[in-house]
Design a protein around this ligand. Sequence first.
Ligand code: ATP
Length: 360
Amino acid sequence: MSAFTQLRLDGVSRRFGGQAALTELDLTIEAGEFIALLGPSGCGKSTALNCLAGLLPLTEGSIWQDERRIDTLPPERRGFGMVFQSYALFPHLTVRANIAFGLRMRRLPKEETRRRTEEAVRLVRLEDHVDKLPGQLSGGQQQRVAIARAVVFEPSLVLMDEPLSNLDAKLRLEMRTEIRRLHQSLGLTTVYVTHDQEEALSLADRLVVLREGRVQQIGSPRELHTRPANWHVADFMGYRNLWRGRVEQSEGARATVESSGHRLIGEVVGGLQPGAEAVVAVRPEDIRVDGPGETRNAMSATVEVVEYQGRELAAEARTDSGLLLHLRTEQRIAPDDQVKLAVDPQRLLVYPADASTQPD
Ligand code: ATP
C-alpha cells in the first residue's frame, strides 16, 4: 500500500523565533516500519510530527519520499493519515459518516466509499456503533473512529500524536494492542509520538529518542533498553538509579567507579579515562536482593520504603555511606530490613558525566 519504499528526513530543523524546537533531525523510515518518537515534554516530538505532516514549515532541511521531495507540498497533497490526542471527530456526523468523510472529500465512487468504510469499521470493531454520534461513544470508541478515519483511505504514512493519552489505563493497554494489530494487518508505515517509554517500547520497531530538539539515539527497543547511548536516554528508559562517581580504573569495556564510598564495576558506554567524572546507571530490576555469595558490586543497605506493585515490590534502600538505591524485587522485604544487594557488572552501565547537567 505504501507509495514509497523510504521516507527520509534530511537535516530537518524548526525554530520558533530564535528558539530551536527541532535541530537537524536525520531519519530514514522504511515502508512498513513503526517508528516511535519519544522524549520528555517539550523535546520537539510534536514539532517533528507536524513538520512531517506539513502542518509546520521547516526552517531548514528537506523531506523525501524516495526521490520525490515532499516538504514543499501542502498537507493534503502528502496523503498522510493523522490521529491526534483530541479525536477531532465531527460531532454532528455519525460514526459511519465520520469514517467516510475523507473518502467523500476525495470523491471516490459511492460503492468504493461504502466498501472501504465498512472494512475500516470492521477493522476497529465498531460494527455495532456505526449509526451513533461521537457524543454517544466512550473515549476508547471515539479514538477507534479517529483511527479508522485516518486509515480508511489507505495512506502511505500514518502519523499519531499521543493518541492514547486521554484514555484510562486499561483502555490504553487495549488500544495499544489494537494499534499494533492494525499496523500488522494493514502493513502501515507509522510514526507515533509518545512520552511513555513503555508504550514506545511495546509498539515500535525503532525508537527515536529526542532531548531538547536533538536526537539522542535511534534504535530497536532492545538496543534502547539494554544500551542507552547516554545517561539522559538511560534516565528516560527507566534506569532509575543514576549515581555520580569518578573513574578509578578502566580497561577495555570495563571500568571501576568510586561512588559514595562504593567501588563499582561496570560496562563503559562511551570513552572514559581514569579520573573522569562518570554517571553510573542501573535499572531497579537489575539490583538483586540477597544474591548468593555475590562479591562484585555488593552493597549492604537498609530498606526505607516499600510499595506493592502487583507481584513485585518497588523499594528504596540506603547504604551506610548514604547511596540511595531504587529496586524492584519479588522477595518479601520490609522497611528497616538489612539487605545485601548486588548488581551484575554487565547490568551496571558507566557513562561520561556531562558538564552542563547532573542527575537529580
Ligand atoms: P509535549 O509532549 O509537551 O507535546 P513535545 O516534545 O511534543 O512536547 P513540541 O511541542 O514539539 O514538544 O515543542 C518543542 C519546543 O518548541 C518547546 O520548547 C515548545 O515550547 C516550542 N514550541 C512548539 N510550538 C511552538 C509555537 N507554535 N510557538 C513557539 N514555540 C513553540
